[in-house]
Design a protein around this ligand. Structure first.
Ligand SMILES: Cc1cc2nc3c(=O)[nH]c(=O)nc-3n(C[C@H](O)[C@H](O)[C@H](O)COP(=O)(O)OP(=O)(O)OC[C@H]3O[C@@H](n4cnc5c(N)ncnc54)[C@H](O)[C@@H]3O)c2cc1C
Length: 372
């Protein structure tokens, strides 16, 4: 931990891509005192991913020509280069994060869980498993993975969430997957490939091309290709209906649909119903939008606790989502600049992030559609 006074200028909680990336941007601010606290290891979430999961956004080393690798968290790095693969597995991506943190000497304190955060006259008092830490600015980068959302229907406890290893174990016979966006199609294709007959139910039928080109709202090309291959086996059925309940019977499970039908599942159904914001110890320091996501000002800062920033996939601005690394990384340098300017530091080195296509401070340009 880099400390020059009793108060750190900034403290980052979480050492996933959002925490490491924000810390790297903070490191570009002249003489800022900052550190990162991580309850597990760097990239812990990726180490916790079920072994079968891999990235769906491709890595490619286009950095030299201004096209920074989509999964990179620093302008001069590329997971494709480090790992020699284009769709990293969880452990591979954790290795990339570890090597970037080591190369740039990011001050990370591992095995240090933050258990509570309180506002202080000059910033925040953070209590972690090693004692209290004071910081003028705080960045929550604790991620969503440990906050899986079950479907809000009776019997939801009978389903395995897609983020759990149990959901990926080999299933035989009929299987129902509730939720048809990326994780639902991913796990459905996995089980089809291993011989199951899978029905995916989702009232919003996100598997249809729909309109718009933002991958936050539309299946990624790799997922579409896998979907076509699974459909060609005849063992994948896509049902545009809402699941309204799950029941267990003597010979399996039944998922009741809004259209009155019940679809049989020989084993526990799978809920691919996403994640909540997972704000942990800063839960009470963010107001909520009508849709439940944290309310942020234009600088990704809490509207009720100034000095507390959010970095990562829970960022929402209007209808914009920042679910993927290549989207939420656009804000690392912006957050670092706001923190740096507040501390009276020189932040000019952060312009290199803009040149590398890794700094968006005007969010009105994010909704651009592809012409073809
Ligand atoms: C199956 C799957 C596939 C995905 N595929 C892609 C993809 O292809 N491309 C893409 O861009 N994104 C993908 N994502 C999304 C991406 O993985 C997440 O958005 C990313 O992990 C978020 O990064 P993060 O740093 O915010 O959170 P995390 O990676 O979850 O990191 C948060 C860290 O905070 C730590 N932490 C939490 N609470 C505390 C605490 N109280 N004290 C200290 N430390 C704490 C955790 O241990 C963890 O290390 C995928 C997600 C899933 C689940």
């Amino acid at each position: 931990m880099t400390t020059s006074a009793r108060f750190l200028d900034a403290l980052v909680i979480g050492a996933g891509p959002a925490g490491i990336g924000t810390a790297l941007a903070l490191a570009a601010v002249d003489s800022l005192a900052f550190g990162v606290l991580e309850r597990g290891q760097i990239g812990q979430t990726f180490l916790d991913w079920p072994a079968e999961q891999a990235f769906l956004t491709p890595s490619f080393t286009g950095n030299g020509f201004g096209a920074t690798d989509l999964n990179a968290v620093h302008t001069q790095t590329s997971p494709a280069f480090t790992l020699g693969t284009d769709y990293p597995s969880g452990p591979q991506y954790a290795k990339y994060l570890r090597s970037v943190a080591a190369h740039f000497r990011v001050p990370v304190m591992s095995r240090t869980e933050v258990t509570s955060v309180a506002r202080h006259a000059d910033g925040f008092e953070v209590v972690c498993s090693r004692g209290p830490v004071l910081a003028r600015s705080l960045v929550w980068a604790g991620g969503e993975f440990h906050h899986p959302l079950p479907p809000r229907i009776p019997g939801s406890g009978l389903a395995d969430h897609a983020s759990a290893s149990a959901a990926w174990r080999t299933r035989t016979g009929e299987l129902v997957v509730i939720g048809g966006y990326e994780s639902g199609i991913d796990i459905a294709c996995h089980h089809v490939a291993h011989g199951a007959a899978v029905t995916v139910v989702d009232a919003d039928h996100p598997w249809d091309a729909g309109s718009g080109s933002d991958p936050s709202f539309r299946l990624a090309p790799r997922s579409r290709m896998r979907l076509e291959a699974a459909l060609a086996t005849g063992r994948l059925t896509l049902v545009p209906a809402r699941a309204v309940g799950v029941k267990q019977h003597a010979d399996g499970f039944g998922v009741r649909l809004s259209d009155g039908r019940t679809i049989a599942s020989a084993s526990r159904p799978i809920a691919a119903t996403g994640f909540g914001p997972g704000l942990g110890p800063v839960e009470d320091l963010f107001a909520r939008r009508a849709d439940g996501w944290p309310e942020l000002d234009d600088d990704d800062q809490s509207t009720i606790a100034p000095g507390l920033f959010l970095s990562g996939p829970a960022i929402r601005h209007g209808g914009l989502r920042f679910c993927f690394v290549y989207t939420f990384r656009q804000r690392f340098a912006h957050i670092a600049r706001v923190i740096g300017e507040r501390a009276g530091k020189d932040t000019s080195a952060l312009e290199a992030w803009r040149a590398a296509g890794m700094l968006t401070d005007d969010l009105s340009c994010c909704g651009v559609e592809c012409a073809c």
